[in-house]
Design a binder for this molecule. Structure first.
Ligand code: ADP
Length: 302
């Protein structure tokens, strides 16, 4: 069975416990899950606490990222691989799920190239930043994840990567999750955040776009601002790596992973709601959860 990769957002307002409870249930039912997480709110909080507040970089194309100077990198590593990762692992362990926390630095899980010079737009003017420790992922050690899954562990991955010179780098969590999904041949990538999905008229939650044909992804890009742009980019990267379905969905509802898998959110790629086009595992998963109780795949497919 191919894994499902879940990205749990790190922004304020993301609801963590229901997502972890769903993951523990799926793992108990025999579904291999890889969880990648974000860190933004925890990193901001730590940075503010030590008096080194976070700054954002806006690229000329409008993508927003964290300005990771050497001091920010130290704090980011503490928040990502220390605080958030260990809290998630401990919570999953409390639910009986044998979670194993690691970052992209460990076991060469995520290898990235540091951008030596980053173009940023500030007050309408462009400038070059040279001490940013952010990277673009170039390789994923999918074998490590496959080995951990085969041994019954649920990998929980913090958004850090190993640079080409052995340095630690900040990487975008959504794009990391997309690369990971490609490397483990995931059946689906589920990106859970604090919004119902891609909104045509943000922040009006009733304007949710329910389905995006991958061929038309570029056409909806203009609707996304700020951080949502990264999620669409991640979706595109996952599809390019043969992940059939990407769902952008809400963490703040009951049974959020189950809801996302049955297509509640923005579904990019194969329509999980359409049984004809569905891949078997995802169809099974949907029916399993909808029935509330766990059933075997045979019961569902019969
Ligand atoms: P996370 O850390 O959970 O991944 P992000 O803050 O990175 O969350 O991304 C989600 C955010 O994207 C939303 O909270 C919202 O502020 C922003 N956003 C911008 N444009 C849109 C849009 N068109 N639809 C939905 N969200 C949007």
């Amino acid at each position: 069975m191919n894994p499902i990769v879940i990205k749990l957002g790190g922004a304020a307002g993301v609801s963590v416990a229901p997502v972890l409870a769903d993951i523990a249930n799926l793992v108990r039912a025999g579904y291999p899950i890889v969880l990648a997480h974000g860190t933004s709110a925890a990193a901001d909080e730590l940075a503010a606490r030590v008096g080194h507040p976070c700054r954002q970089i806006t690229s000329p194309s409008g993508h927003v990222s964290r300005y990771t100077d050497p001091e920010t990198l130290e704090l980011y590593v503490m928040a990502a691989a220390g605080g958030v990762n260990k809290n998630i692992v401990a919570a999953l362990q409390q639910m009986g799920c044998n979670a194993l926390g690691l970052s992209g630095v460990d076991g060469r899980l995520l290898l990235a190239r540091r951008k030596a010079a980053v173009r940023a737009v500030e007050g309408g003017r462009q400038r070059i930043i040279r001490d940013d420790h952010t990277g673009q992922i170039e390789a994923v050690n999918g074998d490590l994840l496959t080995m951990l899954l085969a041994s019954g562990y649920t990998p929980v991955i913090a958004p850090l990567a190993l640079g080409l010179e052995g340095e630690r780098l900040n990487v975008d969590g959504d794009r990391a999750a997309a690369m990971i999904a490609g490397a483990v041949n995931a059946d689906a990538l589920v990106i859970l955040s604090n919004v119902p999905g891609l909104l045509a008229d943000y922040p009006d939650e009733s304007s949710l776009i329910r389905h995006v044909d991958p061929a038309r992804l570029a056409a909806v890009e203009g609707l996304a601002q700020g951080r949502m742009k990264k999620k669409l980019l991640a979706a595109q990267e996952a599809l390019e790596r043969n992940v059939p379905t990407v769902v952008l969905a809400d963490s703040r509802r009951a049974m959020p992973v189950a809801a996302a898998l049955r297509g509640e959110g923005t579904v990019i790629g194969e329509r999980v709601l359409s049984i004809e086009n569905d891949r078997l595992q995802i169809k099974d998963l949907r029916l399993r959860i909808e029935d509330g109780a766990l059933q075997t795949a045979e019961q569902v497919t019969r």
